[in-house]
Design a protein. Structure first.
Length: 507
């Protein structure tokens, strides 16, 4: 026992590696590594290097998010080179078509739309819709929405939904298509389905859009703030900041809108939409010279007809009639070449014709547009064009279709007020003028001051209420029939007392 205890207390000799042991250990390690690689081969995600520009653009578009201009250019170049050597790759044709479409959105250049359509159709030729080419089908729907051909977009989105109900990328297409067609309940149902299948930037952006159309301002802002939180790339963040600026400007907070637009431009200086938004906010704040500068810079990057119209009206409000005429002529050239335009701009062109050119032509244009797209925007523009031709009775019907679904727009309220004024309904006109100026007092450099003048010109209601509120003769209580007397409840008869009990004899 003593020897055992003594042995347990002695330190064991150190392990040393001889040359043979080292070789054996190395061989075992190599076998284990090779076995691990056989069991799990290397994956793309194992690369620790950051994604390249083309990969970033493809990833953003796959998630329904905007991509940076530099990344888009890299993606287009990469796919074009690849397809020059592999022309039968249907997936790459779909990616290239979506990249062309994103370029069209960023630049508003007409030549990108035919390129996008050609690439997407080539993808569908190689792999038809019947075989589940969902990326190309979704791209065709997004292209139709960008062209404001909402009926075609609806068909593509519903086709994808019918073949793959759980494919979430079909639902943003459907939200835009239903909204453009004026089917706002269907748009909300598509949003609910999108929310069930996918959460992220695209879902939050579409939720904000649907809430805005319903008039739920706080919900729209909250959804867009969630989108800003979900944004990762600078282009995504800039887009959400721009949308937040739009929501702020629509509710009349020009200072906050200006801050949002400037933040978007700091994040992505190439975004023309934010530059146009900043011009709109500056004009609302009375900084007309700076607004003109920003409008011209934005139009230099993207020739958007709505910005051309806003610039012309701003210049007209500043008394710069010759410069305004140049802006209007540029918009008139767009109207003249409408058949060659890849995008349906009938609402903007109709408003331009109604206010600055030919109201009768505006009615014809917008009546045709109403036959295709029964949205609030089309209803408002058609109602205003009818008012400009003197048909206020019919104009009011369309103005109601524009203002009653829920969207809170100062422009819509102003149009309806002037139509009601033309019909002699001063009370309704006063109410909607007040609503327009309460919603956004700087909604237009031309029509904002006109709204204030019209409100001041309307006679105020007399104190104490409307006329003839008192009856002409003293009030006399009417001779009402008397109520019938309430019948008495019959009482039960008194019970007969029992006969007296005879007493015993002799008592």
């Amino acid at each position: 026992m003593d020897r055992i205890d003594y042995a347990s207390e002695q330190a064991e000799p150190a392990v040393t590696f001889t040359g043979r042991k080292t070789l054996v250990a190395a061989a075992v390690a190599v076998v284990l590594i090779v076995g691990a690689l056989v069991i799990r081969p290397a994956r793309t995600g194992d690369d620790a290097r950051p994604p390249g520009p083309s990969q970033r653009a493809a990833s953003a578009m796959g998630l329904g998010a905007p991509a940076a201009a530099v990344d888009l250019t890299a993606l287009v170049t990469d796919r074009e080179k690849w397809l020059a050597k592999h022309p039968d790759d249907d997936a790459s044709w779909a990616v290239l078509g979506s990249a062309y479409l994103e370029q069209a959105r960023r630049t508003a250049a007409a030549d990108w739309f035919p390129k996008a359509e050609g690439a997407l159709k080539r993808s569908l030729e190689l792999r038809p819709a019947e075989k589940g080419n969902f990326d190309a089908m979704t791209g065709m729907g997004a292209l139709a929405n960008a062209r404001r051909d909402f009926g075609t977009a609806k068909k593509w989105g519903e086709l994808v939904r019918a073949q793959a109900p759980r494919r979430w990328t079909a639902y943003p297409v459907l939200v835009d298509a239903y909204s453009g067609l004026g089917a706002y309940k269907a748009a909300q149902k598509a949003l609910e389905r999108l929310d069930e299948l996918h959460s992220g930037l695209a879902a939050y952006v579409k939720a904000s859009q649907v809430y805005r159309d319903r008039g739920w301002r706080e919900d729209a802002v909250m959804a867009m703030e969630h989108a800003a939180g979900a944004a990762k790339a600078p282009a995504e963040k800039a887009y959400t900041l721009f949308r937040l600026g739009e929501l702020s400007w629509e509710r009349g907070d020009a200072e906050e809108a200006l801050g949002q637009y400037e933040a978007a431009l700091r994040t992505d200086p190439a975004q023309a939409e934010a530059l146009g938004g900043r011009a709109r906010a500056l004009a609302s704040l009375g900084r007309g010279g700076e607004a003109v500068r920003d409008y011209r810079m934005a139009l230099g990057r993207a020739a958007v007809p709505r910005l051309q119209l806003e610039l012309g009206e701003l210049l007209e409000s500043l008394g710069r009639a010759e410069e305004a005429r140049v802006a209007y002529e540029a918009l008139g050239a767009t109207a003249a070449a409408e058949r060659a335009q890849p995008v349906d701009e009938n609402v903007v062109l109709g408003l331009y014709e109604a206010d600055h050119r030919d109201p009768e032509a505006a009615v014809r244009r917008l009546t045709q547009e109403w036959g295709r797209h029964k949205s609030m925007e089309v209803a408002d523009a058609l109602g205003w064009a009818l008012h400009r031709t003197g048909d206020d009775a019919m104009a009011l019907e369309y103005a109601k279709k524009a203002t009653e679904p829920g969207l809170r727009s100062a422009e819509f309220s102003y149009h309806r007020a002037m139509i009601e004024r033309g019909l002699g309904d001063e009370a309704a006109a006063r109410r909607h003028l007040q609503e327009a100026l309460r919603t956004n007092p700087g909604f237009s450099p031309l029509r904002g001051p006109l709204a204030k003048e019209a409100l001041a010109a309307l006679a105020q209601p007399p104190p104490g209420g409307p006329e003839n509120i008192q009856p002409a003769t003293p009030w006399v209580a009417p001779d009402l029939p008397k109520a019938a007397p309430k019948p008495k409840t019959p009482q039960p008869p008194n019970p007969t007392p029992p006969p007296p009990t005879p007493s015993p004899a002799g008592t």
